[in-house]
Design a protein around this ligand. Structure first.
Ligand SMILES: *Cc1c(COP(=O)(O)O)cnc(C)c1O
Length: 410
């Protein structure tokens, strides 16, 4: 049984052999939701994670939530009272955050290919536009003139370094994001004569990183780059978004990020930054780290099938709801997310090796591949842990025409 316990992530509460979410044993929560499959997010775990970040990070650091990780309106409303700002990347996400009490000047809008309408919405809302290109700068200034409102703009910089050993690299080398660092001084020069409100810089270098040293190294280089660019800026730098990249463990052998180490190193870097950037708000933007471990995806075993000696747990959930757990969202080699039989975490029967599959007519529809699980029966509930980020909205829900899952905040 201990082998099963090992596959359960640390953050997961178990009582009476059942997974507990937001104080509800999984069978009762499933009754409350009314049907499977569903995503459940644990409000207390989200709050606890923010408290942990506040404790580890220096006081001066502003915490932003990048809502693309999980834009469920109830989650975003909950976070509005806990974080200092939101980062959005579309007009749709902008609508979600503008429905919260977050002040507009604490909201920023990144992402390439912003449309003229999105730019007008952003300017009318009074949020900060993170410019991804010179074209976007010109379009924002034009839109501002048309509206009679000076646009608040920050320059997203594609730095000349990368965040090492990241799950997803988003900087260094040629990228579609931001303006190449070496071209930024010329753009800043042009901004001096433009009708705009210069806010600062956005320098995001990567995602899903579990190595404190790599994150600290990127933060150090980001601060250095920002201090250099600040000398060319058309106005004092009011905000510097240092990016994020804090990862969470998904797979066997992965260790949680040493948050205290990141915070300690950042504290050492701050005095020099304070000196060069005295009135600058320093921001860290996180998605996955805030919400990833607070969410679980739950589906039900429809059929227990034996094929040539291999057990398949055929469920009502699959890749159309949870692409990432199927291994098709940015994984190079498919690995199993932490999966468990949630209403029978440690069954009295012998554990067995089983594959958890979904209802789609494709072999890609795999939630767990030959994994050691409790002995599951038809009707049992399967939980995929670490599912709070890049779950539902990162999945092809229209594929094969099954109904979408429910989402609840508990
Ligand atoms: C996706 C994204 C994030 C969030 O990344 P996480 O890995 O979820 O923390 C933050 N900032 C920008 C600019 C992004 O594109």
């Amino acid at each position: 049984m201990s082998s099963i316990r090992h596959t359960a992530p640390l953050s997961c509460a178990i009582s009476d052999n059942q997974l507990v979410i937001g104080g509800f044993p999984i069978t009762r929560l499933t009754e409350r939701v009314g049907r499977t499959p569903f995503y459940a997010y644990d409000r207390a775990l989200i709050s606890a994670r923010i408290a942990q970040l506040r404790q580890a990070m220096p006081d001066q650091i502003h915490l932003h939530y990048a809502i693309k990780a999980n834009p469920m309106p109830a989650v975003v409303q909950h976070l509005a009272g806990l974080v200092d700002g939101f980062d959005v990347a579309s007009g749709g996400e902008l609508k979600t955050v503008l429905d919260t009490p977050m002040p507009p000047n604490q909201i920023s809008f990144a992402g390439p290919a912003k449309s003229p309408i999105e730019l007008r919405q952003a300017i009318a809302a009074g949020i900060v536009i993170n410019l991804e290109s010179e074209r976007e700068l010109l379009a924002a200034v034009q839109a501002g003139e048309a509206l009679g409102i000076r646009p608040k703009v920050a320059v997203r910089v594609n730095p000349d370094f990368e965040l090492k050993s990241s799950g997803m690299k988003m900087s260094g080398g040629p990228k579609q994001f931001g303006i190449d660092a070496e071209q930024v001084p010329a753009v800043l020069g042009r901004m001096k004569t433009m009708d705009l409100e210069f806010i600062g810089f956005h320098i995001f270098s990567g995602s899903q990183n579990l190595r404190a040293e790599a994150i600290s190294e990127a933060q150090e280089k980001t601060l250095e780059l920002a201090m250099r660019l600040a000398l060319e800026a058309p106005a004092p730098v009011r905000a510097l978004n240092l990016g994020g990249g804090f990862g969470i463990p998904y797979f066997p052998g992965e260790q949680p990020l040493d948050l205290a180490a990141v915070g300690a190193r950042l504290s050492e870097l701050l005095p020099a930054a304070r000196h060069a950037l005295p009135d600058t708000e320093l921001i860290i933007e996180l998605g996955r780290f805030i919400i990833g471990e607070a969410g679980v995806y739950v589906c039900r075993v429809v059929e227990r099938k034996l094929s040539r000696g291999q057990v398949f747990l055929v469920t009502d959930g699959g890749l159309h709801h949870h692409l990432a757990a199927s291994g098709n969202f940015g994984q190079v080699i498919r690995k199993n997310y932490p999966v468990l039989v949630a209403n029978r975490v440690e069954s009295g029967d012998e554990p067995e090796t089983a594959s958890v599959v979904g209802p789609l007519c494709t072999p890609l529809d795999l939630l767990a591949d030959k994994m050691l699980l409790g002995h599951a029966r038809e009707g049992d509930l399967i939980a995929v842990m670490q599912s709070g980020a890049y779950g539902l909205t990162a999945s092809p829900t229209a594929f094969l025409g099954h109904p979408p899952p429910v989402e609840v905040l508990v």
